[in-house]
Ligand binder design. Structure first.
Ligand code: MSP
Length: 655
């Protein structure tokens, strides 16, 4: 990472209502980015906070029958508590009612007024109360607010204006010359599109007769500052603009302002022109992410379909939640938040791939080496499979660094899960349970050590996303320093042979859903934690109560199940129940004899993707060789083949 510092901000949140997933998401995103940069040894500053002035807050206070300050004081705690619960590692939390902020806003206003960048004028136009925005006649859409489509009020009053229009040409040129300033690219085009129309000057005052909850204009006691002109300044007031020059020089310009796509104009038109007028350099990047949707509608307070993140965390655990929101959303685009996709992702990535790998390793280390990390062969990485695996894991380290730099976090996370799968595959190829029967234990030790080392590196890469669980995993692997660092992440041989692993229960117990679901079920409005135990995370994996002859997982995976595509099928003369099938398993062609002739016509079978036991010893059945066995389910008279649910290449591992 070639950054000398990383300063990341979230929007500051309105204190008119309780936090929702939109707030939680941006803050987790900032947290994950901050943690990655700290992991990579880049000096990092992470700022979040609350936007406490303005009409929204004043109205909420009036509705609750309390003062606006009281409203802010009560609500800010909800945000601060949520950040604790979400394990957010911000370095500073700014409230816009703090004197360190209000004095700076007033200084800026006075300076701009003195230099003629702010002027007084009579305003006659349209005003949208919910959006707190002024519009000209041409801005309106069918006589309504162009933003929220609600009715607008005609307003005629004296106000103060910021000469935003005079910076229009400069801004367009700046955006064109600095492609990184607005990201993703399609958002840059959106702002450039907006700037094709002439820019108006920005009304930056509100008469106290209409709104009294705001920062008083230093040059006119009858007015308070427009909430956005106050709020945007937080990004510099918090890092010592005009008060702590050294701090300011250290952190400004910000590396990233993370925002939701709905507040693009304020951040890419108002804010840069304000900074230009103040002679302050612009932030490096304003990054606008998409929205979490429920079905097709956006979640917002005004639509009243807000999912309370607290509920989701209580239901599935904090790290499951952090993982889901980071892995599921392609940065920049909208994503659908559904409980089904949550469970699917959790079970496949966390429970199956990651959690099972840890269980297998701990299990085998306990069984084969009394719970101690074994010493690998001296030149372990000379082995072809070992070298391939280690190279793949190190390539994942580089890929993750690049994904963070390119704001493609979900792609980086996906790469780590691919690496985890590669470790699982390595174990399947090496079959430590077979190696354990050999006299010479070095090959077994090498496989166990290699897998644990590779998993250690993956855990470092996932640590910024799921810190609690990766801390547990690292402790279980016998690491003293559960917090990863960049040097160790790139080094071979960090796990100490002889150190004790710690057997823990399932790191990510499978979420068991009883009834099969058809399609995605959207979260219900204000849905409470599910009362049904099958939808909640069980404390431990459910015991296979009614099943006899319980086997170990290691026994189960001895059977290598693979998908295979049927390319030919014919009857075997003289054998009424048998069919001879020709299948492709990946590149390999095989012949399988199966007792399914009473249930399927040969033609019916062509093109089907079935599941076969690939490592079954070949056998002759009625004189015809069978190189494997297919899986089928039967009850009474009926028999159906086991197939896969949708398109999948043949040769895929089934487990
Ligand atoms: N106070 C202003 C920001 C001032 S920054 C100088 C504000 N606050 S807010 O509380 O209304 O919204 C904060 C953020 O939440 C916005 O970035 C908005 O995009 C985001 N979200 C609100 N609902 C959302 C989703 N459903 N999904 C993702 N983010 C969305 O605006």
């Amino acid at each position: 990472m070639n950054r000398s510092k990383f300063y990341v901000t979230t929007p500051i949140y309105y204190v008119n209502d309780k936090p929702h997933i939109g707030h939680a998401y941006t803050t987790i995103l900032a947290d994950v980015l901050a943690r990655y940069h700290r992991l990579l040894d880049v000096p990092t500053w992470f700022l979040t906070g609350t936007d406490e002035h303005g009409q929204k807050v004043q109205k909420a206070a009036e509705a609750a029958g309390i003062s606006s300050q009281e409203q802010a004081d009560r609500t800010v705690v909800r945000f601060q508590d949520l950040w604790k619960k979400l394990d957010i590692t911000h370095d500073d939390f700014i409230r816009t009612t703090e004197p360190r902020h209000t004095t700076i806003v007033q200084q800026i206003l006075q300076d701009l007024y003195n230099r003629g960048e702010v002027y007084r004028a009579e305003y006659d136009g349209w005003y949208c109360v919910p959006c707190e925005r002024f519009f000209t006649e041409k801005d309106l859409v069918e006589g309504k607010c162009p933003e929220c489509h609600r009715a607008v009020d005609r307003i005629k009053e004296a106000n103060y204006f910021f000469r935003m229009s005079k910076h229009q040409e400069w801004l367009v040129q700046y955006i064109q010359e600095h492609p990184k300033f607005i990201q993703p690219d399609y958002r840059r085009n959106e702002t450039l599109g907006f700037l094709r129309k002439p820019l108006n000057d920005l009304c930056i005052s509100r008469p106290k007769s209409r709104l009294n909850w705001g920062i008083e204009l230093p040059f006119d006691k009858d007015y308070v500052t427009y909430v956005w002109f106050d709020a945007l300044v937080n990004y510099i007031s918090a890092v010592g603009y005009n008060s702590k020059p050294e701090l300011f020089a250290k952190w400004w310009p910000a590396s990233y302002h993370l925002i939701g796509k709905d507040i693009l104009t304020t951040h890419t038109v108002y804010w840069p022109t304000m900074l230009k007028a103040m002679n302050v350099p612009l932030p490096e990047t304003v990054f606008a992410h998409g929205w979490w949707l429920m079905g097709d509608s956006k979640m917002s307070k005004s639509l009243g379909n807000v999912v309370n993140p607290m509920d989701m965390i209580d239901r599935y655990g904090l790290d499951a939640f952090r993982y889901y929101v980071m892995a599921e959303m392609t940065l920049g685009q909208d994503a659908s938040f559904t409980e089904d996709s949550f469970i699917r992702r959790y079970n496949s990535d966390l429970a199956n791939d990651l959690g099972n790998l840890l269980s297998r390793l701990l299990n085998m280390t306990t069984r084969y080496n009394s719970g101690l990390i074994p010493a690998p062969a001296a030149q372990a990485l000379d082995g072809a499979d070992e070298k391939t695996l280690w190279d793949a894991v190190q390539a994942t380290v580089a890929a993750m660094e690049q994904s963070v730099a390119d704001m493609k976090l979900n792609a980086g996370i996906e790469q780590v899960i691919v690496a985890v799968r590669a470790i699982n595959r390595y174990l399947e190829i090496k079959q430590p349970w077979t190696l354990a029967k050999q006299e010479d234990k070095t090959p077994l030790w090498t496989v166990l050590y290699m897998s644990a080392e590779a998993l250690r590196v993956c855990s470092a890469l996932l640590y910024p996303v799921i810190p609690e669980k990766m801390g547990e995993l690292r402790k279980a692997l016998g690491l003293k320093n559960t917090k990863p660092n960049v040097a160790d992440m790139k080094k071979w041989g960090v796990l100490q042979p002889g150190s004790a692993v710690k057997e823990i229960g399932a790191l990510f117990p499978r979420i068991v859903v009883e009834a099969p679901k058809t399609g995605d079920r959207q979260l219900e409005l204000g849905e409470k934690p599910a009362a049904k135990p099958e939808a909640s995370v069980p404390a431990k994996e459910p015991a296979p109560a009614a099943v006899e002859g319980v086997i170990e997982y290691d026994d189960f995976i001895k059977a290598q199940l693979r998908t295979a595509k049927i390319i030919g099928a014919e009857k075997i003369p003289g054998a009424v129940k048998l069919l001879k099938l020709d299948v492709f398993m990946g590149e390999e062609r095989r012949q399988i004899v199966a007792g399914i002739a009473l249930h399927y016509e040969p033609e019916q079978l062509i093109g089907k993707t079935i599941v076969i036991v690939a490592n079954l010893k070949p056998a002759k059945i009625r004189g015809v060789e069978s190189q494997g066995m297919l899986l089928a389910a039967s009850k009474g008279e009926k028999m159906r083949l086991v197939t896969v649910d949708g398109e999948l290449a043949s040769g895929a591992v089934v487990k």
